[in-house]
Design a protein around this ligand. Structure first.
Ligand code: AP5
Length: 219
């Protein structure tokens, strides 16, 4: 199964992608994670992306399409994948269509996570991840079972993202509405779009997405 999770920053794409990865045995491909790894490694792409990401703007289509076209060719995604944070512009969506055509492959579904802007700043500014395994938490909505200890790996060090401050989140929301929201119409016209209520609690959202995808699989 090949699917896209579409939604504004803080909608819960990464949270749900990690759960769907386990449920369906398909790989999460997050362009945000790939770009952050490039920034951390100090590579040329990372150096180009760093300031853009810190301003909350979108990295160039050319860089992001290049990154994705390398990973969708790998054997580990032969079973399918969950695109988290890509595509983010109509140009990226068209490039993805061309990539899939070339491989005689296709998307099965685009899941839009509908969340009001009013809750997104609180979701993002309260987010933190385990420094060892990357598991995601929130200081209010998704706490580890034992405070200060990662449920997944037992790690005790946590980190926050450089772009998770209120000012940058506002720029990211502007970028989402101007450049990414048009994809809702783009995929709606292709008959691929399914929308879920991303305002519900995390487990409820997972149930709804799984139910949507089971129906798509069975069709
Ligand atoms: P990226 O890393 O993709 O960030 P984003 O889209 O802004 O999304 P987030 O990771 O902030 O949010 P999410 O939807 O994954 O939410 P999460 O599950 O963590 O991109 C970062 C930057 O990289 C971009 O700004 C851009 O510069 C660049 N970039 C990346 N891809 C690009 C592309 N294709 N083109 C160009 N540039 C690109 O949840 C957030 C928090 O809320 C968590 O703490 C979680 O615990 C909590 N939460 C989740 N769901 C719920 C719920 N239902 N109820 C309550 N809390 C919840």
């Amino acid at each position: 199964m090949r699917l896209i999770l579409l939604g504004p920053p803080g909608a819960g794409k990464g949270t749900q992608a990690a759960r769907l990865e386990k449920h369906f045995g398909i790989k999460q491909l997050s362009t945000g994670d790939m770009l952050r790894a490039a920034v951390a490694s100090g590579s040329e792409i990372g150096q180009q992306a760093k300031a853009v990401m810190e301003r909350g703007e979108l990295v160039s289509d050319e860089i992001v399409v290049g990154i994705i076209s390398d990973v969708v060719d790998q054997d580990e995604v032969a079973n399918g994948y969950i695109l988290d944070g890509f595509p983010r512009t109509v140009a990226q969506a068209e490039a993805l269509d061309a990539m899939l055509r070339e491989k005689s492959s296709k998307l099965d579904c685009v899941v839009e996570m509908k969340v009001d802007d009013s809750v997104l700043v609180a979701r993002i500014t309260g987010r933190y991840t385990c420094a060892k395994c990357g598991a995601g938490y929130h200081k209010e909505f998704q706490k580890p079972q034992t405070e200060g200890v990662c449920d997944n790996c037992g790690g005790t060090e946590f980190k926050t993202r450089a772009d998770d401050n209120e000012e940058t989140v506002k720029s990211r929301l502007v970028a989402y509405h101007a450049q990414t929201a048009p994809l809702i119409d783009y995929y709606g016209k292709k008959g691929l779009l399914r929308s879920v209520d991303g305002m519900a609690d995390i487990d409820e959202v997972t149930k709804e997405i799984v139910s949507v995808l089971e129906k798509v699989k069975a069709a």
